[in-house]
Structures are given as structure tokens and as C-alpha cells.
Design a protein around this ligand. Structure first.
Ligand code: ZN
Length: 145
């Protein structure tokens, strides 16, 4: 098994399925060519995890599976509006303030990862979510940072 990329996505149901494919596409990741790891507030995983042991769990999967087994070269790092993972951390629940906190976290995570894995390209993105339809996935828009 070999693939070039990893998408670190939120576990949020609104960002799965076709929306995950759309996010990956905006980041230049091809279907069938990226691994996926999910966490509640993805950038918190390596920058401010919900439990201290979580960062080691991320790094074990990233190093042993994504880098060593699959030869990943590029990582998309997702943040999104109305994120429960950030709500658990006490992030503001108003639109511009929440986004500022999440974008800062994405940049912090990118800087930390780029220092530890200088050979890997890290691409953060912020996803805005439209209103929830009665069935199926909401519309999203992806801003590559
Ligand atoms: Zn989330």
C-alpha cells in the first residue's frame, strides 16, 4: 500500500462522505490517494490535545503508517466552523471569533509539525458549513490557508 497524502479531518459527520472528498479536492488530494485520520478539532490533536496521550497516538499512526508504510508526502489539516472539538476547549461560539481561534490553532499545528517533519508539506484549510438540510450533507466551502 502506497499513497502520497493524508487528510487530518474532524470526526464531525458534516465533513464526511462527499464533503470529505470536496475538502480533499480543494487541497489537491486525489481520491484513492490519501489516508484519513479523524479527531475532534483536528489541529488540537498535535497542538493542544483533549488528553495528553492523544498526541502520541497521532504521532504513532502518522510516523509508522502514513510516513513509513505509505510514503505520505503531503498533509491536509482541516479546521471548520461550529466545531465541537473546539467548543470542548472553550472556544468562542461566535463566527469571526471562533474562526480566529481555529485558524491560529491550524497555524500553530502546522508550525509544530513542519519543525518535526521538514520533508512533509502541511496545508491547512478552514471549512465553512451551510445550513443543515433535512436529509444528507450541508453545503460547505473550503478556504485553503
Ligand atoms: Zn469539528
Amino acid at each position: 500500500m502506497h499513497c502520497t497524502s493524508l487528510l487530518v479531518n474532524c470526526m464531525d459527520s458534516r465533513l464526511q462522505g462527499d464533503n470529505q472528498t470536496k475538502i480533499a479536492g480543494a487541497l489537491g488530494l486525489e481520491p484513492g490517494d490519501f489516508d484519513v485520520l479523524n479527531y475532534a478539532g483536528p489541529s488540537l490533536w498535535m497542538a493542544d490535545p483533549h488528553e495528553p496521550s492523544h498526541e502520541a497516538a497521532f504521532r504513532w499512526q502518522f510516523e509508522n503508517v502514513c510516513l513509513n508504510a505509505h510514503s505520505v508526502k503531503r498533509v491536509g489539516l482541516v479546521g471548520h466552523a461550529n466545531c465541537g472539538g473546539f467548543a470542548l476547549k472553550g472556544a468562542p461560539q461566535t463566527v469571526p471569533e471562533e474562526k480566529a481561534v481555529i485558524v491560529a490553532s491550524l497555524q500553530n499545528a502546522k508550525a509544530k509539525l513542519a519543525k518535526d517533519y521538514p520533508q512533509i508539506e502541511f496545508i491547512p484549510a478552514f471549512v465553512t458549513i451551510g445550513s443543515q438540510p433535512s436529509k444528507g450533507l450541508p453545503e460547505i466551502s473550503v478556504e485553503v490557508l
